[in-house]
Design a protein around this ligand. Sequence first.
Ligand SMILES: NC(=O)C1=CN([C@@H]2O[C@H](COP(=O)(O)OP(=O)(O)OC[C@H]3O[C@@H](n4cnc5c(N)ncnc54)[C@H](OP(=O)(O)O)[C@@H]3O)[C@@H](O)[C@H]2O)C=CC1
Ligand SMILES: [Mg+2]
Length: 323
Amino acid sequence: MVVALAPCLSRVVSFRYLMTLKEDDEACRHALKSGTLLLYHELAPLLRQSRPLFAVTNVELGKGKELIREAVLLGCRETGVPQFALDVGESTAQNRNTQLCNGVFTDLRKAFFLLTEPEASLAGQALLRWHQTHGFCSATGQPTVRNQSGSQRVCPNSGVTYYPQMAPVVIVLVSDGSRCLLARQRSFPTGMYSALAGFCDLGETLEEALRRELAEEVGLEAEDLRYSASQHWPFPQSSFMVACHATVSPHKTQVSGAELEDARWCSLEEIQAALTIRKPPHNPEAQPPGFWIPPAYAVANRLIQEWPFVILPVVPSSKPYPW
Ligand SMILES: NC(=O)C1=CN([C@@H]2O[C@H](COP(=O)(O)OP(=O)(O)OC[C@H]3O[C@@H](n4cnc5c(N)ncnc54)[C@H](OP(=O)(O)O)[C@@H]3O)[C@@H](O)[C@H]2O)C=CC1
Ligand SMILES: [Mg+2]
């Protein structure tokens, strides 16, 4: 009994500690002295061997203590050590830090396919980018002021508080019972196919957004829906991805050329072959005909991985939230 409760308790303690750091600037400044830092340079994280590199906070940063104050709070390790993200910006110190920590500032989009444990790098980049782009109040045009943890910004003139935002996106893997539907946009890397996705419109439920996107992009009507998972997705801006499976009756797709370059029904064998491709081919043009799918961290990959094992429940589609 005690063994089962201990991890729960430590998680509660760690969430409460995080809450304190968000609300209490002095406590957060104090925590900066003992926490670890994920460094960025122009939003490119410091990585070593495809892993984010957490430096100790007393690392020499050129501008010293003042620069450390610009760090944003990311989370708290199970050990109770708080984690921060900091962009060293145009500081000339980045080279020194790179040598000191034996890491390399790496473009996150390029590193993404190779990165193990990308969550902290992605969240840190998204939060730092939000601060860089929300320096002014949209009501008064005056500069906004951040709290120490970076969980909010306030306009001293209007009193408006701004919080980091995510746009809700529904992503759906459609199945006709024996095949699943993958599609590609023109902007995708050559040969990559993914599940269908789309931003929710204001006032829509997820289910309505899913049905609209299916109709718009491939001319299909969803029957049964099943929630699978969710994730934060930082490209190109922060989205909150909600991933679902959907069934449709076997039907011809009508691909919208405005939205998609191509959509293809894939058999189990084709999916199994695509899952064996762990990273994008060096020269996709030279590869034999086939396709590859988003990397393991992307929730689209999870939908595709679990598709063969998903047995969709029969849910009356009139219910607004069948899952
Ligand atoms: N994690 C994963 O596994 C995957 C993630 N995704 C992500 O899902 C997201 C949505 O997919 P996508 O098919 O592009 O979406 P949509 O099908 O909704 O099409 C994108 C277009 O919608 C318009 N749009 C409407 N609302 C917004 C908004 N809040 N932010 C940005 N654009 C908006 C834009 O049009 P306009 O430019 O004309 O204004 C944009 O070009 C993308 O960010 C993509 O990176 C996609 C697949 C897999
Ligand atoms: Mg789309």
